[in-house]
Design a protein around this ligand. Structure first.
Ligand SMILES: Cc1cc2nc3c(=O)[nH]c(=O)nc-3n(C[C@H](O)[C@H](O)[C@H](O)COP(=O)(O)O)c2cc1C
Length: 338
C-alpha cells in the first residue's frame, strides 16, 4: 500500500531520476528510523549457503546499489543478503543518458548503464562504514576501456581489494553493456579467467586466513552447449557457485512495447523464461555441491518456487522489487520452504 503510493509518484519521473530519488529517500527514512516502521522486515528464515548464514534466501541482485552507498537502508528492508556492484577498478561514468527504461506493461526494465560506478576504493570505504550485519556480496567487473585481453587484470585487482571486506565475490562476465564482456563466457577465455581467479583466491585465503567464496554470474542468452561448457569448467576448477542469470538481449517477449527496441539488457518478467531455462540446464550439469542463486524475472511467490524447483538454493530480485516494492520480499520469503 505504502509502496504503491511512492511508486505512483516516482514513476512520473524518468527512470534514472526516480531510481536515485527512491534510494536517497530510503536512506533518509532509514536514518530517521522510519523505514522499518513503514516497511517492516519479514520474519527470519535462516538458510545456509556456502558456509554463510543468510537471514533468508531472498537477496538483492547486483546493480541497484553499485557503489555500496545504500547498504544499511537496503538491509533494513529484510533482504536475506545484499549484493553490491558491479564495481570496476577505476571510477567510470557509464553510457550517456537516457540509459534506463521502464516497460510497465511487461513489468520489465531495459538498461544500458554500462557499469557506471565510483570505483572500487569508494565502494570499500562505504562497506567499511556499514552497520548492516547481514551477508554482503561484492560483484566485480572490468573498466570499459580495459581491452578484453587484459580483463583478467581488472578482475584480479578488484578481487584483491574487496576480498577482506566481502562475504562472497561475484565475477560478472554477463553484462550486455560492456563491449565484448560476454566473450569471457566462451570456453578458453573462461578457463583462463577462472584459473587466474581461483589461484588468487587461494593466495588471499592464505593471507587473510578466511575463505571467501567466488561465484560466477552468467547470461540467460546461452545455448545448451554453452551451458555445458561453462558447467564443465566450473566443476573442474571448483568455482564455489553460480548466479543465473543477468539480463537478456532478447526482445522476443516484449515485441511492440514502447522502448522495446532500446539497446541494453532486458530484465523483469520477460527474462524469466530464459533465466529458468539456463538455471535448469545448469542444475543438471553442475556438481551437487556447487549451489546456484536463481535470478531473473521473479515477481511473485510462484516465481520463487519455480527457481527452487529448477535447482536454485537461493534467489535474488531486482526488477520485481522496483515494480512491487518491499511487499515482494515478504511474499518471496514466505514462498521459501525451510
Ligand atoms: C538497472 C539495472 C542495472 C543492473 N546492473 C547490474 C550490474 O551492475 N551487475 C550485475 O551483475 N547485474 C546487474 N543487473 C542485473 C540484475 O542483477 C539481475 O541479474 C537481472 O536484472 C535479472 O533479475 P530481475 O529480472 O529480477 O531484474 C542490473 C539490472 C538492472 C535492471
Amino acid at each position: 500500500m505504502a509502496y504503491s503510493f511512492f511508486r505512483s509518484l516516482l514513476f512520473r519521473l524518468d527512470a534514472e531520476t526516480s531510481h536515485h530519488l527512491a534510494l536517497l529517500g530510503m536512506k533518509w527514512l532509514h536514518r530517521l528510523g522510519l523505514l522499518s516502521r513503514i516497511f517492516p522486515k519479514p520474519a527470519p528464515k535462516v538458510t545456509q549457503l556456502l558456509g554463510m548464514q543468510l537471514e533468508n534466501p531472498v537477496g538483492l541482485a547486483a546493480g541497484l546499489d553499485k557503489n555500496g552507498d545504500y547498504i544499511d537502508a537496503l538491509g533494513a528492508l529484510g533482504f536475506g543478503f545484499i549484493e553490491i556492484g558491479t564495481v570496476t577498478p577505476r571510477p567510470q561514468p557509464g553510457n550517456p543518458r537516457p540509459r534506463l527504461f521502464r516497460l510497465p506493461q511487461a513489468e520489465a526494465i531495459i538498461n544500458r548503464m554500462g557499469f557506471n560506478n565510483k570505483g572500487v576504493d569508494h565502494l570499500i570505504n562505504q562497506v567499511k562504514k556499514r552497520r548492516y550485519k547481514g551477508i554482503l556480496g561484492i560483484n566485480i567487473g572490468k573498466n570499459f576501456d580495459t581491452p578484453i585481453e587484459n580483463a583478467v587484470d581488472d578482475y584480479l585487482l578488484c578481487l584483491q581489494k574487496v576480498y577482506p571486506y566481502a562475504d562472497y565475490v561475484t565475477i560478472n562476465i554477463s553484462s550486455p553493456n560492456t563491449e565484448n564482456l560476454r566473450q569471457l563466457q566462451q570456453q578458453d577465455e573462461l578457463r583462463d579467467l577462472l584459473t587466474a581467479i581461483k589461484a588468487e583466491q587461494k593466495l588471499l585465503h592464505q593471507r587473510y586466513h578466511r575463505y571467501i567464496p567466488v561465484l560466477v554470474k552468467i547470461a540467460p542468452d546461452l545455448s545448451e552447449q554453452d551451458v555445458t561448457n561453462i558447467a564443465e569448467i566450473i566443476n573442474e576448477l571448483g568455482i564455489d557457485g553460480v548466479i543465473a542469470t543477468n539480463t537478456t538481449i532478447s526482445r522476443e517477449q516484449v515485441q511492440g512495447l514502447a522502448h522495446a527496441q532500446e539497446h541494453g539488457g532486458l530484465s523483469g518478467k520477460p527474462v524469466k523464461y530464459n533465466s529458468d531455462k539456463v538455471l535448469s540446464m545448469l542444475a543438471t550439469q553442475l556438481a551437487k555441491e556447487i549451489p546456484i542463486i536463481g535470478v531473473g524475472g521473479i515477481s511473485s511467490a510462484q516465481d520463487v518456487r519455480d527457481k527452487f524447483s529448477k535447482g536454485a538454493q537461493a534467489v535474488q530480485i531486482y526488477s520485481g522489487f522496483i515494480y512491487r516494492g518491499p511487499e515482494l520480499i515478504h511474499e518471496a520469503v514466505d514462498a521459501c520452504s525451510r
